[in-house]
Design a protein around this ligand. Structure first.
Ligand SMILES: NC(=O)c1ccc[n+]([C@@H]2O[C@H](COP(=O)([O-])OP(=O)(O)OC[C@H]3O[C@@H](n4cnc5c(N)ncnc54)[C@H](O)[C@@H]3O)[C@@H](O)[C@H]2O)c1
Ligand SMILES: [Zn+2]
Length: 370
């Protein structure tokens, strides 16, 4: 038996931020990172909220939010006792907000509404039952999945994303593609998640290069914002795979941005998974659904077309190679492989990978990356 549920009410499109005008006389607590707290984007949010609300801000979130930041947030939430919590930012701020609300609820602190407002188009965290919290001392990122992590409301207003610089647009956009692809080949994929993943990926192939080169185009930003949420809905139900299991190690140990880490793993992971016949067929179907090859192409030709178009997309997005992205980290790459293998094997996202990966297969994959 498979199950599928959508628990977050979505508001999308230019001007959708206005839905916040319904909150009056509330204590609203905004969780974001330091950059956004000083940016004009947050003024847009503040100006939308009716003046009779009391607004507090927690802006200590850093990329890949840490356990200690979440603990700090829980303590603040305990003392502030807000009515509404708004996670505002990229996946890091949304994940931190979701984790803070979830753990606080376990301590008996209730809120009326948890709102997620993404300002990047990548993680889909606004509609997922997931959050990723890091332990910087151990170099490990912990993905957590729980139905209580779904936000009550998500607002997809593309005007909040136009300021995202090209490199972050590229990285986060490749995260969308990875979510769609991993959900599609996952052992838990269904017709429902396939439909979401296909649409998300079609949008990425068509619009991501435009979003990177013409970031001011609101229509394009709106498309990528929707794609991010569609892919989030897909993987939140179908799960992810070895791409994310390893990307979490590149983030935890080498601090590569999440979407970039995913992008650099896509081709080697597809080669690895495609040795499982069911996965090879699914990749081929994905390539056809995204119109990357003729409908009558055989599975091998379709798989090659998929890899070719991913490499092309990476080029159009000007992504660096893994060697360049690692910088000095490349000198310690080999010595870190054993700990990356162990952490990737324990990563919950590996559970739905279409090909079983044991320690030696994982090690081989990591050794071939550099
Ligand atoms: N919960 C989930 O379902 C899920 C899924 C995938 C990834 N993640 C996690 O999300 C995190 C990554 O999120 P992300 O890729 O969105 O990056 P991020 O949240 O770390 O943000 C990246 C950078 O973009 C900046 N930024 C955000 N909005 C901006 C804007 N409008 N204009 C200019 N700059 C802006 C931020 O200040 C930051 O410096 C990772 O920790 C990853 O593991 C979570
Ligand atoms: Zn991701």
């Amino acid at each position: 038996m498979k199950s599928f549920s959508l628990q977050t009410r979505l508001y999308s499109g230019q001007g959708s931020l206005d839905v916040l005008k319904r909150f009056t006389n509330k204590h609203i607590w905004i969780i974001c990172d330091g950059f956004l707290a000083r940016s004009p984007v947050i003024e847009k949010l503040r100006n939308t909220l009716p003046a009779d609300n009391r607004i507090s801000i927690f802006s200590d979130i850093t990329p890949d939010p840490t356990i200690s930041t979440v603990v700090q947030g829980i303590a603040q939430m305990q003392s502030l006792q807000p009515d509404v919590v708004i996670g505002f930012g990229g996946g890091s701020a949304l994940d931190a907000a979701k984790a803070i609300v979830w753990f606080s609820r376990q301590f008996g602190i209730e809120i009326e509404t948890c709102v997620a407002i993404p300002t990047t188009s990548g993680t889909g965290s606004e509609v997922t039952s997931a959050c990723v919290i890091s332990d910087p001392d151990k170099g490990i990122k912990y993905p957590l999945f729980n139905n209580a992590l779904y936000p009550d409301m998500a607002i997809l207003d593309p005007t909040l994303v136009v300021s995202v610089p090209p490199a972050i647009t590229a990285n986060t956009g490749m995260d969308v593609l990875t979510h769609a692809l991993e959900a599609y080949v996952s052992t838990k994929a269904s017709d429902f998640t396939d439909a979401l993943a296909e649409k998300a990926a079609q949008i990425v192939f068509q619009y991501l290069p435009v979003a990177v080169s013409k970031g001011e185009c609101l229509a394009t930003r709106g498309k990528m914002h929707n794609a991010s949420t569609l892919a989030g809905m897909a993987f939140s139900q179908a799960g992810l795979g070895i791409n994310h299991a390893i990307a979490h190690q590149l983030g935890g140990q080498f601090h590569l941005p999440h979407g970039l880490a995913n992008a650099l793993l896509l081709a080697p992971v597809i080669h690895f998974n495609a040795r499982a016949p069911r996965a090879a067929k699914r990749y081929a179907r994905f390539a056809k659904a995204c119109h990357l090859c003729p409908d009558n192409a055989n599975d091998t030709a379709a798989l090659n077309a998929l890899i070719h178009h991913i490499e092309l997309l990476k080029k159009q997005c000007a992504l660096p190679s893994l060697v360049d992205a690692l910088k000095d980290g490349k000198q310690i790459w080999s010595q870190r492989i054993p700990s990356m293998v162990q952490a990737a094997l324990a990563d919950v996202t590996l559970q739905t990978n279409p090909r079983v990966a044991d320690a030696s297969a994982m090690q081989e994959l990591l050794e071939e990356l550099l």
